[in-house]
Design a protein around this ligand. Structure first.
Ligand code: CAA
Length: 379
């Protein structure tokens, strides 16, 4: 399906690209080296309207469609994959879940601060014994009068070290598996909510990935997101949209790597001419560009289905299943074009290669995407 972006979507691309090249790119290598989030860019992203992109204006958002957010994520990730994932978890997984499932009071309480970047969101599903098998989570939320008391452990929580609002999935009933799970909005400063030290990761090193321990964390019933027992569906539908966002992150990383490889190939001289004149390099560039275009179609298609209110979970899974490995292939080739230089921190493709790998893992591994896709055909 050919894609004709609207003038508004084209404007999002141009303005986010300009912003990313001016503000995000100069920090990309620094935050990677220092393993620190680019917090100085959060107010700037809020000012640009990126953090509340899919929220209606009454909550401080720009009321854009999901495809616009996806384009923004692609452009941010083209310059810095860390900034891409911070934004994706906040704007897609968290803001969208609160907008869809929150009460009026919850939306008024959180969304304006989230759009303004005063409160960043985090999504707490994964546990030590519940990764791909998310329905096996063991964190419990026991009803106690007008409160719930939450106990358990979460791991790999993106934005953990600086987020202010956490969507926490916990077990409220005796029913096993998905049915007994509910979702809660937990403020960072709630007593008993303890954020552990950030993981030292292979890539997206600027993004903070932390464990969280919940010990007797007391929240009022009004902090429950959705009905009791709806938590798994809330998590899954958040991830459906989130998977398009991560596919867009992978797409942006790959696009950045292709551009870096092309620039290097034109300037690097071997055998008396720029290596761009060698067929070996030309073929690599052709394969990279084709891979990226195919991925872009899948990503935009999934976002467009969502915007048109059509079922999009399988399309999002296909986009992520294609774009994660595609980003790994493209960044691998980009390192190869750079030869020995590509293996050093002097050139951005080394970081891109490490960053790409996570897009095959988080928000559902390649294998989980295959499970989601095949169920649609085989049930
Ligand atoms: N939307 C709404 N409801 C859904 C749904 C969806 N996409 N998928 C499943 N459900 C519902 C089902 O309809 C079912 O409800 P009923 O019994 O009422 O019909 C219920 O949820 C249970 O569904 P399944 O039987 O399909 O559940 P399952 O245990 O077989 O697991 C799974 C499904 C797809 C494997 C799921 O566990 C999964 O997606 N696992 C991967 C987890 C994951 O992606 N984790 C990412 C962590 S967050 C992260 O990475 C963010 C970050 O920091 C970057």
């Amino acid at each position: 399906m050919p894609f004709h972006l609207t003038d508004e979507q084209e404007l999002v691309r141009t303005s986010v690209r300009e912003f990313a090249e001016a503000e995000v790119l100069p920090l990309a290598a620094v935050i990677d080296r220092e393993h620190r989030p680019p917090l100085e860019n959060i107010p700037k992203m809020a000012e640009m309207g990126i953090l509340g992109m899919t929220l209606p204006p009454e909550y401080g958002g720009t009321g854009s469609d999901y495809l616009s957010l996806v384009i923004a994520l692609e452009e941010l990730s083209r310059c810095c994959a860390t900034t891409g994932v911070i934004t994706e978890v906040h704007a897609s997984l968290c803001c969208t879940s609160i907008l869809r499932f929150g009460t009026d009071e919850q939306k008024r309480r959180y969304l304006p601060d989230m759009a303004a970047g005063r409160k960043i969101g985090a999504f707490c599903l994964t546990e030590p014994a519940a990764g791909s098998d998310a329905a096996a989570l063991a964190t419990s939320a026991q009803r106690d009068g007008g409160d719930y008391v939450i106990d358990g452990q979460k791991i790999f929580i993106t934005n953990g070290s600086f987020a202010e609002i956490f969507i926490v999935m916990a077990r409220t009933g005796d029913e096993p598996g998905a049915k007994g799970i509910s979702a809660f909005l937990v403020d960072r400063d709630t007593p008993g909510f303890e954020i552990g030290p950030a993981e030292r990761k292979m890539g997206i090193r600027g993004s903070s990935t932390t464990p969280i321990t919940l010990s007797g964390v007391r929240v009022p019933v009004s902090a429950r997101l959705g009905e009791e027992g709806e938590g798994f569906k809330i998590a899954m539908s958040g991830l459906d949209a989130g998977r398009t966002g991560i596919a867009a992150q992978a797409l942006g990383i790959a696009q950045g790597a292709l551009e870096a490889a092309v620039a290097y190939a034109k300037e690097r001289v071997q055998f008396g001419k720029p290596i761009a004149a060698l067929q070996a390099i030309q073929w690599m560039v052709a394969d990279m560009a084709t891979d990226i275009e195919a991925g872009r179609m899948l990503v935009y298609q999934a976002a467009d289905l969502e915007d048109r209110g059509q079922p999009f979970a399988a399309a999002a899974a296909k986009a992520k299943l294609f774009c994660g490995p595609m980003a790994t292939r493209v960044t691998h080739a980009a390192v190869q074009v750079h030869g020995g230089n590509g293996y050093t921190e002097e050139y951005p493709v080394e970081r891109m290669y490490r960053d790409a790998r996570i897009t095959e893992i988080y928000e559902g591994t390649n294998e989980i995407q295959r499970l989601v896709i095949s169920r649609g055909y085989l049930r």
